[in-house]
Design a protein around this ligand. Sequence first.
Ligand SMILES: Cc1cc2nc3c(=O)[nH]c(=O)nc-3n(C[C@H](O)[C@H](O)[C@H](O)COP(=O)(O)OP(=O)(O)OC[C@H]3O[C@@H](n4cnc5c(N)ncnc54)[C@H](O)[C@@H]3O)c2cc1C
Length: 283
Amino acid sequence: MLKLKGVEDVYYPESIQEAVGLLRKDKEGSEVVGGGLDISTLPSTRIKHLIFLDKLGLKYVKKTDEGIKIGALSTLSFAENSEAIKDYFGGKVKELLGGIATELLRNQITFGGALGKREPYSDIVTLLLTLNAKVVLSDGEWDEELSIADFYKGNFRSLIKERIIKEIILNDFDSSYFFSMKRFVRNATDIALLNAGMLLKLDGKKIVNSTFVVGARPKPAYLFGEATEFLNGKELSEELAEEFGNFVESNVDVGKDYRASKEYRAHISGVFAKRMLLEAMEG
Ligand SMILES: Cc1cc2nc3c(=O)[nH]c(=O)nc-3n(C[C@H](O)[C@H](O)[C@H](O)COP(=O)(O)OP(=O)(O)OC[C@H]3O[C@@H](n4cnc5c(N)ncnc54)[C@H](O)[C@@H]3O)c2cc1C
């Protein structure tokens, strides 16, 4: 935060209403702080007012009738070590969270910050899109629940200049659902060259419904709709896994940057797609 040269005020509001009031006073100059990672690593002279959310009670991960609620100020480590996440999809989400970046960073990255920034390589955005999570925006008086896909459909940055992200809700899934997410990294602490998530609703071997998300491509994560069309109604088999891998490699919307070529990203997407279906068969 010391790198931020233009800061005039630092606020610790005691209610969401107060936080939103401060934000709306100077939308351009104000910045809500989650873990503060982006704000401090990419300091901007535009930022004049920092609004910390620490006094709003937004650090929690709890099971409710609606699903698992994750307060916006929860860090990745906090969620990883919570009781509510421990057995979610047999511990797969816990394991995934524990593999992102380094422990120091996981202690700082918040769910609100990950969504508010939406880095193209974000693993959290890919994870939450795969799980069709809900984002709750609040002005302190009224909470609006949006699917994460709808949250990103329009100009989400303007939405969070009017309200704050209060929490994220993970749906409850019964045992007929299969989930998998994979990240392609060169070393354990690297940001992903590509990440992908899969959610299947199964009836025995039959795929009743499916979601396939690809992120860090290098554009932000997207729902690969044609993959859903390809999979729905089919039966899990080794042949299907092979065909799906080829389909994804040929049709996925990926591009190049200085870290990987388009062809390489397409190939990894296909390999991940095939492996996930094989995993679903084993499951
Ligand atoms: C070296 C490094 C490596 C990383 N590696 C990975 C990785 O491998 N995978 C991965 O997924 N992420 C990774 N990250 C994290 C990612 O890049 C972002 O830095 C992180 O998600 C930001 O979280 P934060 O809580 O610090 O957000 P902040 O910097 O506090 O905020 C980010 C933005 O979100 C807004 N915001 C914060 N909270 C709210 C809220 N509640 N409501 C509305 N707006 C809000 C802020 O105003 C700001 O615009 C890495 C970060 C670093 C620095």
